[in-house]
Design a protein around this ligand. Structure first.
Ligand code: G6P
Length: 369
């Protein structure tokens, strides 16, 4: 096992560091550098087939569900097709509105999650075309889906998912650009620009990983907290749900992620002197709103870590600690902001002496209900 960890103390840390390579592998062969277009050879859809979808439904569990939440933002923005995201265990026990005009996308690292597999079968029964985004070739979900896009994350051992999540999110960016190019829903310039930003992500993750010392110190400062809150808007909110799940899973600290605009509707009552809050602020159009939310929680005594894009906002003027991700297109920041959040949960779990790779009560793959 020590040899498999390749010099890292835990599989989770190894897998965090494998992300640049896993992302590169997942994008390899799926875009054309000259024409700057995305191509999924594995997808057999004609233009007419694509044109008939009036809705996309993404179904998944856990971290894969969180990847789907980013997928919703990306696909809606690029194609203007409405996208629902549902937890598989909820989807399967109601009468979902899914039919031959719906594309259902199931997302699963293992390809074996019982609820996700049931949702896939139910969707096919209702007449929908099902695309699976999975990491395991030959898995039940890969075998039964109508179409499959494989993420190339390689084996993920740590229960807390990291590289599977980022490769799933990357796949949604590529798929969004692919559909937009097929449907001509955004300008060629815009889709090229976005693809270029996606291509640059792996090297930017390397940069974050090289400068991660400050994150270790921050984790020491929250390890005795009873609650940690994450706030953000738009894509930042979607990624903060994943950051919060990671922290709960391996540090066992209670944590919640809130859409920052919802603070006033309840959560603000929980903020007291010293409450740690991690605020994500990478979305240019709504950064003023986020700064307002940060001031609200600071006024109640919160200790705020601000995670922002380099060169954008002078976040340090508003927060107690700051963490920067390299400059990038604001539509692709989730692939970068999640990295410090993964590291915060890793180092907090480590500081608490927990079993990082095998957290209590949790399994890597949930094949029974
Ligand atoms: C378990 C794992 C999570 C994973 C979820 C869905 O809860 O601990 O890391 O996100 O199952 O698994 P899947 O294999 O379907 O992505």
């Amino acid at each position: 096992e020590q040899a498999e960890k390749n010099g890292y103390d835990h599989f989770m840390l190894k897998e965090i560091h494998e992300q640049p390579a896993a992302l590169l592998k997942t994008m390899t062969g799926r875009f054309n550098k000259e024409s700057m277009t995305v191509d999924f050879e594995e997808l057999q859809w004609s233009d007419e087939f694509i044109a008939q979808w009036n809705k996309i439904t993404i179904v998944a569990c856990g971290t894969a569900y969180h990847a789907g939440l980013i997928g919703k933002h990306v696909i809606e923005e690029l194609t203007r097709i409405p996208v629902d995201v549902e937890v598989a265990s909820e989807f399967r026990y109601r009468r979902p509105i899914v039919n031959e005009k719906t594309l259902v996308i199931v997302v699963s690292q293992s390809g074996e999650t019982a609820d996700t597999l049931a949702a896939l079968r139910q969707s096919q029964h209702l007449g929908a075309n099902v695309l699976a985004i999975t990491n395991v070739v030959g898995s039940s979900i890969a075998r039964e889906a109508d179409e499959v896009i494989l993420t190339m994350a390689g084996p993920e051992i740590a229960v807390a998912s990291t590289k599977a999540y980022t490769t799933q999110v990357l796949t949604f960016y590529l798929l969004g650009i692919y559909l937009a190019q097929r449907k001509h829903t955004v300008s060629e310039d815009y889709s090229r620009q976005l693809l270029q930003s996606v291509i640059e992500i792996p090297s930017k993750i390397e940069e974050i990983l090289e400068h991660s010392k400050g994150i270790r110190w921050y984790s020491e400062s929250i390890k005795d907290a009873t609650s940690v809150f994450f706030i953000g808007r738009g894509l930042d909110h979607a990624v903060s749900l994943e950051g919060s799940l990671k922290l709960k899973e391996i540090s066992y600290i209670h944590s919640e992620a809130y859409a920052a605009g919802e603070l006033k509707h309840g959560t603000l009552a929980l903020v007291e002197e010293g409450t740690p809050i991690i605020a994500l602020i990478t979305q240019d159009e709504i950064s003023e709103k986020m700064l307002g939310n940060i001031q609200e929680v600071k006024a109640r005594g919160a200790q705020v870590l601000g995670v922002a894009t380099e060169g954008n906002v002078n976040i340090w003027e508003y927060v107690d600690q700051s963490c920067y991700i390299p400059c990038t297109h604001s539509a692709v920041t989730p692939l970068l902001t999640v990295i410090p959040l993964q590291l915060i949960s890793y180092y907090t779990s480590l500081a608490l002496g927990n079993d990082v790779d095998k957290p209590r009560n949790l399994a890597k793959s949930v094949t029974v209900e």
